[in-house]
Design a protein around this ligand. Structure first.
Ligand code: B12
Ligand code: SF4
Length: 551
């Protein structure tokens, strides 16, 4: 019998997303579970013996590799460094190492030490590898341009997970997104036609989680849950019946484009099944920048009104903002800060533009000679896009972008500003129809979380007043939303210190750039072509200008 060890590499670098300290409040170790590897496990021959080790939540020791015949690993860019460590350790022990996942697909050359690269969606490429592996003729690289038929994707092997280690469990309904944002790799990796699992398939996955005893928060990790609105509207009533029959064991979050706010029926249906938060890419409040980055769905609307409409349907909004885009101007910091405050979005993932491999943006920058060498190689000391962005020559001076970014981070993550937005969310979040029933075990964990949070935030001079004002205010004005407002407060256990870390890194970056600028030898005067019979007006041309032959 073949023994397969599936290893989820660690997200080594600090990130807004790695809110471990918040997870610890409720006895979890990491926000999300490795859905990709659970899906891959379901495609391996089921008579293989399998173990899944997540290096984000478990102690690792290289001797774990001794048990395995085949090691399967891979993930996204922030996992690159750790993934390579796993590959090297396993190769050293003479194991067959199989690598796959989004970063491996986008930058296979970085992972060439693995025995086999199985690129793209495993539903398409893994069967051929397995066929060859059985015959002893497996090739170094498996690649196939076809897109997976999601209706054939198996129920992930959730049984390999240790549920208690995670804040939530992901499931996936749909891959791909109909939009065209220039910086996005989703449409390159997964296409522009949203491909969905069948409703029955998704309910079977939920049933599997239910049977395994999981209860609580499920994240629908779709690239855009409303990519196919019609299907979403057909599915949600079925989900409602399913949940009702099981006494509301789950509640949901997802990612969606902002045009969700235009569809009352869809929002209502999402509210009916217990969606409580969504992530929206706002990116920039400036129309010209949005058009330049081809994010047209965000234009021609009041972002604040759209966000408020979504909140009134029971979902708080998390949003991404990007600085360093072509076309942005010196007013970008003010624009983003005003937008964050007007919308009342507490969790704003503001970051520096990062050219991901495999995007329209990367290809354009390359053509323009602005892409940095090794732009796709993860840097060990850097965070995610917060401190590791701008892997290209931006149009504005880099130091100006960093100064603007610093302003955004320093302004929007003070306790006063963050909690102010949580209160704004609390004033709008409609939880009247919420039917999710936490188990006694979950209520016990949340009670412990409340006291730990009270210690970490409610007893510190910097946060105490804001924390209790928000918490007690919500208890009186919107008690049905208290669990959700409590979660937003809990996130500040991470965002408070993390924003300071980012600000500190950015400040150092600014100082380094200023020093570099100061130490630069003065530029030689630009050649000025002066015709022999030049007049006084030509020599009076501004420095660097080339005199016109007419002058
Ligand atoms: C959910 C999600 C997240 C979640 C949590 C993910 C987690 N488990 O920790 C959160 C919100 C935290 C997140 C954050 C980020 N994410 Co993200 N995320 C996703 C998303 C939407 C879904 C991931 C998922 O579960 N998919 C479902 C599973 C089934 O798909 P899968 O993992 O790709 O696996 C399939 C194949 O890749 C393959 N496969 C996977 N592993 C392996 C292993 C082997 C051996 C083999 C053979 C095959 C294989 O087979 C699977 C079945 O087809 C994807 C987009 C997408 N459509 O996948 C982006 C995506 C993975 N994220 C991405 C990025 C860039 C990020 C961030 C860096 C964003 C940022 N700017 O901050 C952060 C970094 C996080 C951190 N902790 O540092 C990129 C990765 C690009 C790259 N080149 O690596 C993606 C592709 C899209 C995007 N642009 O956002 N993310
Ligand atoms: S809406 Fe989101 S997923 Fe869709 S193309 Fe734009 S960034 Fe990518």
């Amino acid at each position: 019998m073949t023994r397969a060890l599936l290893v989820h590499p660690e997200f080594k670098v600090a990130s807004f997303w790695n809110y471990r300290d918040t997870c610890e409040l409720v006895d979890a170790k990491y926000p999300a579970a490795p859905l990709g590897l659970c899906t891959v496990a379901a495609m391996l021959p089921q008579d293989w013996e399998m173990r899944l080790v997540d290096r984000n939540v478990e102690k690792w020791d290289d001797s774990l590799l001794d048990w395995a015949d085949v090691v399967l690993t891979g993930g996204m860019l922030p996992q690159q460094l750790d993934c390579l460590e796993v590959v090297r350790a396993a190769k050293k022990k003479g194991k067959v190492v199989l690598c796959g996942g989004p970063d491996v697909t986008s930058s296979p050359h970085i992972y060439k030490e693995a025995t086999h690269l199985v690129l793209g969606e495993a539903e398409v490429t893994l069967p051929k590898f397995l066929e060859d592996y059985k015959l002893g003729t497996a090739q170094p690289v498996y690649v196939d341009p076809r897109m997976a038929n999601m209706a054939e994707s198996p129920t992930p092997r959730f049984d390999l997970l240790k549920f208690e280690a995670y804040n939530h469990i992901g499931i996936q309904w749909c891959r791909g997104c109909p939009f065209l944002c220039e910086f996005c790799d989703i449409i390159e990796l997964y296409g522009r036609v949203p491909r969905t699992k069948t409703h029955e398939q998704l309910l079977a996955e939920l049933q599997r989680l239910y049977d395994l005893g999981y209860r609580g928060h499920i994240d629908l990790v779709d690239d855009n849950f409303i990519g196919n609105k019609k299907l979403a509207k057909e599915f949600l009533p079925k989900l409602k019946v399913w949940l009702e029959e099981r006494n509301w064991p789950f509640e949901f979050t997802t990612e969606a484009s902002i045009n969700l706010a235009d569809d009352e029926e869809l929002m209502q249906k999402m509210q009916d099944v217990g969606f409580f938060a969504i992530f929206v890419g706002i990116e920039s409040p400036d129309e010209a920048t949005l058009i330049a980055m081809k994010k047209k769905q965000n234009t021609g609307r009041s972002i604040a009104e759209s966000v408020h409409t979504i909140m009134r349907h029971g979902m708080w909004v998390n949003a991404g903002f990007i600085l360093g885009c072509d076309g942005e101007t010196g007013s970008v910091a003010k624009g983003i800060i005003d937008c964050i405050e007007d919308t009342g979005i507490p969790v704003n993932m503001s970051g520096l533009m990062f050219a991901l491999p495999n995007t329209q943006l990367t290809r354009r920058l390359k053509k323009e000679g602005r892409l940095h060498e090794n732009f796709e190689v993860a840097v060990p000391t850097d965070g995610d896009q917060c401190t590791a962005g701008l892997n290209f020559d931006p149009k504005r001076p880099r130091v100006d972008i960093l100064r603007d970014y610093l302003k955004v981070i320093e302004t929007t993550f003070t306790a006063k500003s963050y909690y102010g937005r949580v209160r704004k969310t609390s004033s709008m979040m409609n939880s009247k129809n919420r039917r999710f029933k936490p188990t006694l075990h979950q209520m016990w964990k949340e009670t412990k979380g409340f006291f730990r949070m009270a210690w970490k935030l409610g007893c510190k001079p910097e946060t105490a007043w804001h924390h209790w004002r928000t918490f007690i205010g919500t208890l009186f004005t919107n008690p049905k939303s208290i669990r959700y407002i409590g979660s937003l407060c809990a996130l500040y256990v991470h965002f408070g210190p993390f924003s300071k870390y980012v600000a500190d890194r950015i400040r150092k970056g600014i100082v380094a750039l200023e020093r570099e600028e100061a130490n630069k030898p003065p530029a030689p005067p630009a050649p000025v072509t002066v015709p022999e019979a030049a007049t006084a007006s030509a020599s009076a041309a501004p420095a660097g200008a080339t005199a016109s032959p007419d002058a």
